[in-house]
Structures are given as C-alpha cells and as structure tokens.
Ligand binder design. Sequence first.
Ligand code: NAD
Length: 504
Amino acid sequence: MGNRFQVQDRLKGGAQYIDGRLRPGTSGHSHAIVNPATGEQVLSHDLAGTEDVDAAVAAARAAFPGWAGATPGERSDALHRFASVLAEQAEDLAQAESLQCGKPIKLSREFDVPGTVDNTAFFAGAARHLQGQSAGEYSGDHTSYVRREPIGVVGSIAPWNYPLQMAAWKVLPAIAAGNTIVLKPAEITPLTSLMFAQAATEAGVPDGVLNIVTGTGREAGEHLVGHPDVAMTSFTGSTPVGKRVAEVATATVKRLHLELGGKAPFVVFDDADLDAAVHGAVAGALINSGQDCTAATRAYVQRPLFDAFVAGVADLMATVRLGDPFDPATDLGPLVSHTQRDRVAGFVDRARSYATVVTGGRAPGGDLEKGAYYLPTLIAGAAQDSEVVQSEIFGPVLVVLPFDSDDEGIALANDTPYGLAASAWSRDVYRTGRATREIKAGCVWVNDHIPIISEMPHGGYRASGFGKDMSMYSFEEYTQVKHVMYDNTAVVRKDWHRTIFGDR
Ligand code: NAD
C-alpha cells in the first residue's frame, strides 16, 4: 500500500534533520509510526531527546547571521526553488501524508500538497515585500523609519492533523522573514515534515536554517519551548497543551504565537439554500475525518428548516464512501490513530444518555475493522451546555441544534470558549453581514465553510489562541518592528532639553 518502502529508504539516516542532514534521535526511546488504515507499522524511529534539541537550536543559531543577512531577493530565490522542488515531489509527499495520517489520497493530492506548494510560492514573493510605515519627519526635527527585523531562532511545534501544511505554515513566514527555525512535528506523523526539510536543502536553503526534531511533547517539545537560545515559540495544537506551552515560554519571556483548538459553528438562517447548506455541512464536518480545527462541528438551524436539514444531512452522510485511503474513490479514511478513534467514540457514547445519535455513532467493522475508522455521525437533541456542543471532538461528528430568532442563532454561535472559524448561510446580505460582524471568530465564511487561501490570514480569537498563519499578517508574528529616529538639526542644545536644563 502506498510508497512505504520508499519512505523507509528516504529516512534511513534517522528521523532528526539537523544542520542539513538526517540523524537518529538520542532519547533512548523509539516510536512506531502506524498506518491507521491497517494498524501496521510503517517505520520505527528513534525519538529526539534534549541533546538533539540542543544540537538543532545550535545549528539554527549558527545559520542565523548568514540567513538574516541575505537579501530579500536571495531568500525569495531560495523559496521559489523550494516551491519547485516540492511540486516535483508532489506525489511522494501525497503518498507519505496519506500513509501516516490515513487521509484519502485525493485529499492529500488536491489539498494538502498543492496548498503547501502554493504557500511556499506565496512566501517566496512575500519575502521581498516586508512593509512598514513610510519614513518621514513626524517630529519636525527628526526623520523616523521602521525596520522589520527577524527575531532569531524560532521554535515551532505542530500537530498531526495536517502535518505537511502545518509545517509549511510555521516554517515559511519565519524563514521568509530571515529567521531560522527548529520545528517539532507530532511524533506520530513526522514523515512529511522531514521530507519538507530535505526538499528545502535540495532547493539550496542553507544548512541549519530549517531543522526538524521528532520527539515527544513532554521531552523534546518542552525543552524547545524553554530553550534560552530560542527567541520565539510558535505552537499549533490543542488548547490545553497551548496553555502549558504558554507557561513554559513565559519563564524565558519569548514571543509567543498560539494556534489552538476550535469548535466552529455553522449557522443556517431560514432563507438559506437548504441543499447548499446540507452539502456544505456534510463536507465541512467530514473533511479530514473531522480532524480539522475549522471543521463544521455545531450546526444551528433556524426552526423552519430544522427537520429538513437533519434529514438531508443524515441521508447525505450515508452516501459517503469509507475505504482504503489509497483508493482514489475513497471519500473518508480512518482517523489518525486508534487512540483518536476511541476518544471520538467516547464523546458519542456519553452523548447517548442526553441526546439522539441520528446516524453513525460506531466503527464500520467488516473489511475496515482493523483500521481506526468511524462512521459519519450526526447528533441531535443535545443541550447547548452539553459536552458534545462545548468540547472539541476532532472526529467526523456534527451536532445539530435549532434556533428561533437571528439574535439567538448568533448568541449560540458565540457560546463556547473557542473562536477560530464559523459560517453563516443565508440569501440575505444584511443577515450575513450582521453575522460576519458579530460572530467572534478569526474567519467567517458566508455560504461556504472550509476554503483557505495563502493570501488571507488564519488564526483564532479567545481560547483558539492568537497570532496569524499564512498571508502578510504572519510577518507581524515573525518580525521585530524597530523604530529608528535620526536627529536632523545637528544642534547641541535641543528644544526639549529645556525640560532638564530650564533656561540655563
Ligand atoms: P496536541 O496539543 O496534543 O499536540 C500538538 C503538538 O504539541 C504535538 O507536536 C505534541 O507533541 C506537542 N506537545 C504536547 N505536549 C507538549 C508540551 N507539554 N510541550 C510542548 N509541546 C507539546 O494537538 P494534536 O492532538 O496533535 O492536534 C490536534 C489539535 O490541534 C486540535 O485541538 C486542533 O484544533 C489543533 N489545531 C489547531 C490549528 C489552528 O490553526 N488553530 C490547526 C490545526 C490543529
């Protein structure tokens, strides 16, 4: 299945990528990467220990002066070549991503990999367009201008749901702005982050600019976050782990960027195109088996459309084809691991006591029994304050609730701790306009749910974190803004010295 032997060949040097080459980890512990579609081992690798993190940070620190001193044009050229190498390796990357995550190959081929190539090309261009306020004489006696400078060594930590794209979102703005980086991917899905780093080296990105350590969060992750030579931590993952990362980063006063969990509402007003909303809800809830921080998780449907929406979603969910991730006809693969599948099943099983499982709610069995599969699931009748409405499930589970007035629909949409993404469905521009203003989320789609583009920012409000990935806004995260102010008068006694010397 897939290209597992090629992956093994490609990573035979080890699963740490430090200073431009692969090495084995030195923690003394190994980790088996498992294909979640079959339960079979793909590769066993030695995990990073604290010494590997130290070596990676040292390599990034040594590479920093050269890379920060390169011209924007030189960094841009390297990133353009990087995008080309990634495009040439697109099929290998797609196969490896599907192998380690269980993603349907059509998702890896049509979303994860082209999205990453496009992001790389975007930041190749963006590298030459770092902007700030224009220079000027804001005080009559001085000229002021702003420099945008790289911060230093960035330590990044990424989750397992979109390993390649998350690596790209963390690495690209950081290195485009002249920083160097140490990235720790999730230990269960390191393959494509390592391939991404190898591709950077092939493209001529200097050794040490991009380093990968694959270890556990507790050991390698915390050591990276707390490292005194790391100037900034950028983290994507769950809100509870994000809180711990913030605590550790605070001890060394680091720049912090947190992209955390989500529980996206999907608000359907009574004048919406019902068929479009039903299709949007099923696709938005099931993308990547629901393991998407922006996935549609809570559908609020205005009362007149409620019953038809529930029936439409249940019918459409039943047509989704679960199967081998490498079969191009498969719509839904397994979850990333059996542990994650069991966690999702736990939420649904607990909900049976207070809500109705309309469809799904179990593993499919049969040919798929060995994999971490779970059927598309719709839950109705849960109270707003119940666990399935408030907590991030991160699986193919949609909860549906009715509402009466527009006020109520918007209030319910805002009634969780999260604020990453949301959508509003209506043919009335004033209703959707109000929803886009009043829903507290980093992204609000109108009559769609999920699409992302390199030019636009991604990031949360409230418990979904702070900071932006993608787009020019991510440079705010990865640069220091410095004000430089020149005296233009050459006089010894400046006017403002009166405040110290008086009339003397
Ligand atoms: P997770 O929080 O369990 O782990 C994320 C990363 O943190 C992993 O690399 C893990 O090894 C590491 N980690 C764990 N403990 C750590 C510690 N104490 N110190 C440092 N690092 C530590 O998340 P996950 O289960 O891998 O991913 C799913 C989560 O990610 C969901 O909550 C999802 O919403 C979130 N996510 C958010 C975005 C976004 O852009 N906001 C994007 C994708 C995923």
